[in-house]
Ligand binder design. Sequence first.
Ligand code: RTP
Ligand code: MG
Length: 140
Amino acid sequence: MSIERTLSIIKPDATKRNLTGKINAKFEDAGLRIVAQKRILLTVAQAGEFYAVHKERPFFGELTEFMASGPVVVQVLEGEGAIAKNREVMGATNPADAKEGTIRAEFAESVGENSVHGSDAPDTAKEEIAYFFSGLELVG
Ligand code: RTP
Ligand code: MG
């Protein structure tokens, strides 16, 4: 396996409950390094652009409203097999199915308000990182 970078988002349900530090500790304990990070407030349109792949899904409106409902922390995580490792630390989309010890098992409130996002493949990781960060902001 090789050193990868992946895009992570700490979602509004988690920033509202002041969980950024606890979630970051889970990433760092798993060997992921936070090489870029910023706290921003998305518009519904920006959230829609980011989640465009889901625009035909029934939950799209709810998802984009939620993502714009409060601050998010966007970050780039780096490490050996970072894309899969991050998704392992996040746990299943629905917290009811997430393994014990994962972020979603511990913190997520529902299948929609599930505390974190993580890129799902190398091509989406590259696109999603470029959506939020310039090369100058990535400090390995
Ligand atoms: P993410 O993209 O946020 O990392 O999550 P994921 O891959 O585990 O899940 P995905 O299928 O890509 O769905 C994206 C986000 O949409 C919301 N969702 N709501 N109400 C619902 O049934 C439903 N299903 C998905 C979640 O916030 C999910 O993370
Ligand atoms: Mg996804």
